[in-house]
Each structure stands twice: as C-alpha cells, then as structure tokens.
Design a protein around this ligand. Structure first.
Ligand SMILES: [Zn+2]
Length: 289
C-alpha cells in the first residue's frame, strides 16, 4: 500500500504487509488499519482523493470483485469498494492488478514516451495490461486472461483448464515445474532450486539450467509474437520477479522475421523501471482528474 502524490507521481510512503487470505474480516481489518496509518501521514496542503486498489481477477464497474480465481476464497462477488467507502467515508475505485501495473508504468515509468503500451507481469502468473494514450485500453476490458494464450503443444494442464498456456509455462511456478521435468528427463539427482536459483545457474553456464531458460525464452517469444499480432504495442514492458532474470535475454524475445502490422513497425521490449511501485501508482491513477 502506498501514499501517492498524483501531481508529481511520487510514492510518498509505502507499507508492505501480508495479505490476510483466510477470512474477509481479517482482510478488511488489516486494510482499514493500514489505510488509517497512511491517511494520518498525509502532508499538509494535500487532500486525500480516494483509495485505489488492484486485485487479481475481474472487477465490475461498481467496485465489486467478480472473482480472484481462488487466490482469496472470500473474494467472490465481493463488494470491496462499498466496504471501504462505508468504513472510511472516502471514494474507492478498484481494477485488475495487471491493468493497474500497466497504467502506472505507462504514465510514470519507462512507458511514458510511448502511445501504445503492453505490460506483462511475470510472477505467480502472467498478468497482461494494455494502455493507449496514457489511459487504460477501454477496448480490452476483459483481456486480463490474456496470459492464458496457448503457446505450445504441451501436456501441462493450467488451472484454467487448457494445456500449453503461457501462464503455465513462464510463471515462477511454471518455470520450477519445467525445471523438475528437465531434471527428471536428464536423470539428475540434485534439485534445480527455485526460479531465482535456476536463472542464476543459467547465468553461470550450468547446462540444464541454460536449457530450461532457453525453453522459457522460446515460450515467451511465441507469446510476445502473438500479443504483437493482436495489440501492436509500441513497447512491451516486462515486470514481476521472473522478468528480472530475463535482463540479458531481451533481444532474443523478438521473433525473427515476424511480419509486423504495418511497414516500419517495431516494438521495443524493456524491463519495468518502477517494479513494485508501478501497481501502487496505477491504483492511484484511478483518481487522476
Ligand atoms: Zn491457462
């Protein structure tokens, strides 16, 4: 949670706390307490415009969360905006977290000089958000599931019910699962470790880890080529924990010979600059006049 000055795009204060996943009442208490802490630190001369929130899953226009697909079990048809507004007597606006990360990065971060921005958040899943002209792309209100684009013939079943989803192959859990399969195929007795360890081993030239990251890069390259065909972004920003490991592989994420949507089309692929602040800034931007 953060306190943002919308005039300057500055995150004045950040609080990091665990999401209370077990019950709605514990979740709400934690949220209310932290809102009160930040509201108490509002600098003189600034007014609190409201509370902006990013959640996984789809959010209705009235601020009711449709579903978080099991991440927070109580958050099915959950009137989160109404709960915050009643408790704090302040406006609350909510949107999908991947969309808000994209908005923050497009307005205040590395995407600010581009017209069409596509952001992929590669972490526990693959979040997708599109921004056009520094506003959320209204033509794509339901594209938050675009991480489930099929990119491979694979027997790996995703929680969405399909096989070969980008999300199931290049998310942190997807990479560790792929590593387990590669180690099994190569009859290696040691453990590949977590996602960060696999990236580090690949950087050090450890052959099985290099094979794994080459495969992850190939899956992501297919996904990016598909997104280019659909969205034609001027820039693709990669964020989230997995993206950090891809720092030296950005050039290889371009599909060689991909036919662009128009002559002279070129998309840049870059890493997020704002990292965890992007989502906070994006949530605050829901209140930008
Ligand atoms: Zn899927």
């Amino acid at each position: 949670m953060g306190l943002v000055n919308l005039h300057t795009g500055e995150v004045l204060r950040m609080l990091v706390f665990d999401t209370k996943k077990k019950s709605a009442s514990a979740f709400e208490t934690s949220l209310h307490d932290n809102i009160n802490i930040l509201a108490g630190e509002l600098p003189a001369g600034l007014q609190l415009a409201g509370v902006g929130i990013g959640v996984s899953g789809f959010v209705f226009e009235n601020g009711t969360v449709d579903s978080t697909y099991g991440f927070l079990e109580f958050m099915e048809d959950y009137p989160l905006a109404a709960i915050i507004e009643k408790k704090h007597q302040i406006f609350c606006r909510i949107d999908n977290d991947a969309r808000l990360v994209a908005l923050g990065e497009a307005v205040y971060g590395i995407g600010k000089d581009y017209e069409r921005v596509l952001m992929l958040t590669l972490g526990t899943g693959v979040g997708v958000g599109g921004v056009v002209g520094q506003a959320l792309d209204g033509r794509l209100p339901f594209a938050h599931m675009a991480g489930h684009m099929k990119v491979a013939t694979s027997d790996v079943t995703c929680y969405c019910g399909k096989t070969g989803c980008l999300e199931a192959l290049v998310s942190a859990s997807g990479i560790t699962a792929l590593a387990a399969r590669v180690y099994d195929q190569q009859n290696l007795s040691e453990s590949p470790g977590d996602c960060e360890q696999i990236f580090n081993a690949a950087l050090a030239g450890h052959k099985p880890a290099v094979d794994i990251i080459n495969q992850v890069t190939a899956y992501l390259r297919s996904g990016i080529a598909n997104y280019i065909n659909i969205y034609a972004p001027d820039v693709i920003i990669l964020g989230g924990g997995v993206a950090k490991g891809l720092k030296n592989r950005l050039a290889s994420l371009h599909e060689p010979g991909l036919l662009g949507p128009y002559k002279g089309y070129h998309t840049k692929i870059v890493l997020s600059e704002l990292e965890e602040q992007a989502g906070i800034l994006g949530a605050a931007l829901l209140f930008k006049p």
